[in-house]
Design a protein around this ligand. Structure first.
Ligand SMILES: C[S@@+](CC[C@H](N)C(=O)[O-])C[C@H]1O[C@@H](n2cnc3c(N)ncnc32)[C@H](O)[C@@H]1O
Length: 418
């Protein structure tokens, strides 16, 4: 046996039907009961840690075969049922009916869907715990299924599972044909390979009619996360407002690739008295779908491709949220270069709101998002080192401070011209 190579582990078929870690179960249950007491404090981090422990408990109880069947049958079948529910209006109808028990026959008649089909879809969602089965072909909604009636919750399924699914599921084929290299070419992504297209994720989503779903999904992703402009995270007054031009015509913040303007609206809610304009820039189709309303009166939408020259010069802040992680370093530095050229020395700030993925113990949402970026866009979530290499090394800007919001929460990377 060559040096450094250990004896191979003999895996017998019996392994597949033996619970993964049964001996750990009593201890895990005891810990769960003990740690559940901290839920009373309302601490979100403690709740998330408990959910991870509960997952460890399920994994310990399951046999490898059960885990495999869950992955290969049960989870894809859940996605299929949820997508059908989106499409035929099931989630909206169930939410309209309220939390009472609902019969498949009546739901099917209202939706004009074959009751046999609906019964099969709901049976699986019931079996997986996403609906409560209260009798034969009769279900009560759960808070999850009620939430699916909201576009911010249901938009991720078509825009990421229908669109992104082929990229994930064929990643191994893409990698086999690319000699197992880490993808870093925005013009040759696993998504393009899987869909046999030259369009990138955003172009493909637009051409398939899923861009609105994606933007709604972005509105859902942000829920329940501490925004950087909230008290106790970044001291906005000190970092941005102090020293900003007082004229209402001056531009206070440009949200570049800002989608429907969720971030600027949230900023305005927290800081309504800030002077100057709040401009949201995105692709024409995206800003074109911002419907003027009382709520978004504070926003100025502007169509702008962030690879082109930045038309707004000398704003107090240029802001990028979940934009640079969509692009590999060469393209990300082009976006940063356009902003650098528009910044006013000693005045403008560049604010990057993104994950700083830790070198160990990454939160599962962040590690998942990294693979979403890899598969859909040949891009990545970045570590602190990666951010310094990109912002300072490649682009010649200076990172003033990385404001951290805690585990699994995006940081705010405050940058200036050197
Ligand atoms: C991941 S989303 C982030 C949206 C928003 N900043 C947020 O956090 O909710 C990336 C955004 O970049 C936009 N985008 C993609 N390519 C663009 C381009 N070339 N110019 C401007 N915006 C672009 C997309 O339309 C999308 O709204």
């Amino acid at each position: 046996m060559a040096k450094g190579i250990e004896e191979p582990v003999t895996v017998t078929v019996a392994t597949t039907t033996t619970p993964s870690n049964l001996s750990a179960v009593p201890h895990l249950v005891k810990e769960l009961v003990e740690e559940a007491k901290c839920l009373e404090s309302g601490c979100n981090e403690a709740r998330q840690a408990l959910a991870i422990k509960a997952r460890t408990l399920v994994q310990a109880l399951e046999t490898p075969r059960e885990t495999m069947i869950k992955h290969c049958w049960a989870q894809p079948a859940v996605f299929a049922a949820i997508l059908c529910g989106n499409e035929c209006g099931l989630w909206k109808l169930m939410a309209k009916n309220g939390v009472r028990p609902q019969r498949v026959k009546e739901l099917a008649a209202t939706l004009d869907v074959d009751p046999v089909l609906l019964s099969r879809l709901l049976r699986h969602l019931g079996a997986m715990g996403y609906l409560l089965e209260v009798g034969e072909d009769e279900y009560k909604p759960t808070s999850f299924s009620l939430s699916l009636s909201l576009p911010i919750m249901n938009g991720g399924y078509p825009s990421l599972i229908t669109m992104g699914g082929p990229a994930f599921l064929n990643l191994h084929e893409y990698e086999r044909s690319r000699d197992w290299k880490n993808p870093t070419d925005a013009k040759d992504s696993p998504l393009m390979h899987a869909h046999k297209t030259d369009l990138n994720y955003f172009g493909l989503a637009a051409s398939r009619g899923y861009l609105e779903d994606f933007n709604n999904h972005m509105g859902g992703y942000r829920q329940g996360r501490l925004p950087w402009m909230a008290p106790g995270f970044v001291p906005v007054q000190e970092v941005l407002v102090k020293g900003a031009g007082p004229s209402p015509e001056a531009v206070f913040m440009v949200d570049v690739g800002g989608g429907l303007g969720h971030d600027l609206l949230e900023f305005h809610r927290y800081h309504p008295a800030v002077p100057g304009k709040l401009i949201v820039q995105d692709l024409t189709q995206v800003v074109g779908s911002i419907v003027p309303s009382e709520e978004n009166r504070a926003l100025t939408p502007m169509a702008h491709n962030f690879f082109d020259e930045q038309p707004i010069k000398g704003a107090r802040a240029y802001y990028l949220h979940s934009v640079l992680h969509d692009w590999p370093d060469d393209r990300a530095s082009e976006i940063l270069g356009r902003l650098k050229a528009a910044m006013r020395p000693g005045y403008s700030k560049l604010l990057i709101n993104e994950n700083v993925i830790p070198r160990t113990n990454a939160y599962w949402e962040t590690s998942a998002l990294d693979l979403v970026m890899l598969s859909l866009l040949s891009a990545q979530e970045r570590t602190e080192r990666d951010w310094y290499d990109l912002v300072e090394g490649r682009c010649g800007l200076r990172i003033v401070k990385i404001w951290s919001g805690g585990r699994g929460v995006e940081s705010l990377i405050e940058c200036e011209l050197k």
